[in-house]
Ligand binder design. Structure first.
Ligand code: SAH
Length: 506
C-alpha cells in the first residue's frame, strides 16, 4: 500500500501577488508538487521549495488546457505517491474554478485534502477598478454568474428572464465571448439599456484595463478595445462609483513588470521595493547555493585556523557557509581571535557583523582591483590569506594575489548551481512580450540567466530594458550578448531602484 500524501486545493487570488493569502503561501512553500493554472501569477511559483515539481495544467503545447480528468489523475497519482500537492488556481478554487469537482474525486479516493479559499476576481477585479460590488445606496444583492456554461448542457441554468429582474449587482465571469448575447438577453427581458456596465481585464495586475459603458454599448466598446479574457463584467449602478473611487494603478513603477534574477537563497529587498512602487516583480532565481561535495578540505582548514592571518570573505553566502560549518563542528568563534577579516561589499560586512565580527578591511569600491590594492598594503610578508568562496569564483583575485607574492589558499565553502524551476514561467512571459525590465545584481546571475534562457532566445530581450547593479555585472552582461540600458550609480538595491524609476519615466 502506498503511503498517501495530501492535496491543498488553493486559490491564488486574481493576480496581484499581495492578494495571495498567508495560508496559501505557506502551503505552496511546503508542497512537493505544484499543479497550477494559466491565471496564476508567475511570482507565486517562486515560493515553492527548491526541489518542487511544477506541472502547468493551464496550457499544453497546442495551447489547449489539460482536460479535467487528466488533472484529476495527476492529483491522485501524486498524492498516492505520498506527495504533498498544491493545486493552485486563480481567484477562489470554488468560484467557477472546478475545485469542487477535484475535491469530490479526492474524497472518493480517500485522499486527504484541504481547501484554501482565495480572493475571487469577481469581487477583487471590481475593487481594483474602484467599483464596490455592493453599496447600501445602490443595491442589496450581488450575483456571480458564468458567461460560459458547461458545454453540451441541453437546458441553460441561466434564466435571463429572472436575472434581468434582479436589482442587485451582476458579475459575469468567463463572459467575453458571449458578452453581446448576455447584454442583449438582459435588455430583452427588461433590464434598462442605460444600466452602467464595466469590463475589467486582468484585474489587479499591472496589465489591468477597465472599459466603462452601459448595457447597450459595452459589448461594442469591448470589441473596439480588443479586450481579451480574463475579464469580468460588472453590471449595475455601483459602476458609477468608479468616477470617485478609482484608485488603481498607483506608484512610480505602476504598469511595469520587472524580472529580478537572484540566487534562490537571497531574500530580495529589490522585489519588495518594486512591489511597493506598484510594479510587478517576478522573482527568477537563476542560481542556487549547495553544500560542497565533501568537507575534507573545509574541515582541515577549520581544524588549523592558526595557519591563517587573514580571512577574506567575498560574499554573504561565503560568510554563511563558513560559520555554518564552524557551528556544525562546534568550533568556537574565539578561535578566530588572532585572524584579521576582510569583507568585500557592504552586505558581506553586515552578514559578518550579525556574527559579532567587525571586518578589519572593506575595500572602498567593491571591485577585485580595489580589494587587491587594499590587501597588498595590509598583508605582511609570510602571512597567509584564506579565501572562502564558491566553486566557480573568478580567478582575478587569486591571480592578483599570486602576482603580488601573497600566500593564499582558496577554499570552496559552497557551490553555485543553476536553478531552473522558474525557467518556463519566465520564458512564457518573455514570449508574450509582457516584461519591461530585467535586473541583475551579480555576474553569476547574468551568466546563469543566459545559460537558462539559451543564446537562441536572447532576441526575446530586444525590447526589454536591462539594468545592472554595478560595472562588473554590466560588463558580464555585455560580454554575454545583452544590451545594458542602465547601470546603478550607487551599487546597491536602492541604486537599482532609482534607475528603474528613471527609465519608467522616460
Ligand atoms: N476561480 C476564479 C475564476 C475562474 S473562471 C476566481 O475566483 O476568480 C475564469 C474567469 O475568471 C475568467 O474568464 C475571468 O472572467 C475571471 N478572472 C480571473 N482572473 C481575473 C482577473 N485578474 N481579472 C478579471 N477577470 C478575471
Amino acid at each position: 500500500m502506498n503511503c498517501k500524501g495530501m492535496v491543498y486545493i488553493l486559490g491564488a487570488g486574481p493576480g496581484d501577488y499581495g492578494l495571495l493569502t498567508i495560508k496559501a503561501a505557506d502551503c505552496i512553500s511546503k508542497a512537493d508538487v505544484i499543479v497550477y493554472d494559466r491565471l496564476v501569477n508567475a511570482s507565486i511559483l517562486s515560493l515553492a521549495k527548491k526541489d518542487a515539481e511544477f506541472i502547468n495544467v493551464g496550457k499544453m503545447p497546442n495551447h489547449h488546457s489539460v482536460p479535467q480528468d487528466i488533472i484529476n489523475k495527476i492529483l491522485l497519482d501524486k498524492a498516492m505517491e505520498g506527495k504533498v500537492v498544491a493545486r493552485v488556481k486563480g481567484g477562489d478554487p470554488f468560484v467557477f474554478g472546478r475545485g469542487g469537482e477535484e475535491a469530490e474525486v479526492l474524497q472518493k479516493n480517500s485522499i486527504e485534502f484541504e481547501v484554501v479559499p482565495g480572493i475571487t476576481s469577481a469581487v477583487a477585479a471590481a475593487a481594483y477598478a474602484g467599483i464596490p460590488v455592493t453599496h447600501r445606496d445602490y443595491c442589496s444583492s450581488l450575483h456571480i454568474i458564468t458567461g460560459h456554461e458547461k458545454p453540451g448542457r441541453d437546458v441553460s441554468f441561466i434564466d435571463y428572464e429572472v436575472i434581468a429582474k434582479l436589482e442587485g449587482t451582476l458579475v459575469f465571469l468567463m463572459g467575453m465571448k458571449n458578452l453581446n448575447e448576455i447584454c442583449s438577453n438582459l435588455i430583452k427581458f427588461g433590464k434598462a439599456g442605460i444600466t452602467p456596465a464595466a469590463v475589467i481585464e486582468r484585474g489587479s495586475t499591472i496589465e489591468q484595463r477597465v472599459i466603462i459603458g452601459t448595457l447597450q454599448d459595452i459589448s461594442e466598446k469591448v470589441k473596439k478595445s480588443s479586450v481579451k479574457s480574463p475579464a469580468v463584467t460588472v453590471i449595475g449602478n455601483v459602476v458609477n462609483l468608479r468616477e470617485r473611487l478609482n484608485w488603481f494603478p498607483k506608484g512610480k513603477l505602476a504598469g511595469k513588470r520587472v524580472i529580478v534574477t537572484r540566487a534562490r537563497e537571497q531574500a530580495s529587498s529589490l522585489v519588495e521595493e518594486i512591489r511597493k512602487l506598484g510594479g510587478e516583480a517576478v522573482e527568477f532565481p537563476t542560481i542556487r547555493i549547495e553544500e560542497p561535495l565533501d568537507y575534507e578540505h573545509f574541515d582541515r582548514v577549520l581544524g588549523n585556523l592558526k595557519w591563517y592571518k587573514w580571512i577574506v570573505f567575498t560574499s554573504v553566502n561565503g560568510v554563511r557557509a563558513f560559520f555554518k560549518r564552524m557551528r556544525a563542528l562546534k568550533i568556537d568563534i574565539r578561535s578566530l581571535w588572532e585572524i584579521r577579516i576582510g569583507a568585500v561589499g557592504e552586505a558581506t560586512a553586515i552578514e559578518l557583523s550579525a556574527m559579532g565580527l567587525i571586518a578589519d578591511f572593506i575595500p572602498a569600491d567593491y571591485t577585485t582591483k580595489e580589494l587587491l590594492k587594499g590587501l597588498v598594503g595590509l598583508i605582511n610578508k609570510g602571512e597567509k590569506v584564506l579565501l572562502p568562496r564558491t566553486d566557480i569564483a573568478n580567478k582575478e583575485l587569486s591571480e592578483g594575489l599570486k602576482e603580488n607574492n601573497i600566500d593564499f589558499e582558496e577554499l570552496t565553502v559552497y557551490r553555485t548551481v543553476t536553478e531552473a524551476s522558474m525557467k518556463d514561467a519566465v520564458h512564457e512571459l518573455l514570449v508574450q512580450s509582457r516584461v519591461d525590465f530585467i535586473t541583475f545584481t551579480s555576474s553569476s546571475t547574468v551568466r546563469n540567466f543566459v545559460k537558462l534562457l539559451g543564446n537562441e532566445n536572447l532576441g526575446l530581450l530586444s525590447t526589454i530594458k536591462t539594468v545592472c547593479i554595478g560595472p562588473v555585472t554590466s560588463e558580464t552582461a555585455k560580454e554575454s550578448g545583452l544590451n545594458v540600458s542602465a547601470v546603478a550609480d550607487k551599487y546597491t538595491i536602492d541604486g537599482l531602484i532609482v534607475k528603474l524609476v528613471e527609465l519608467s519615466e522616460e
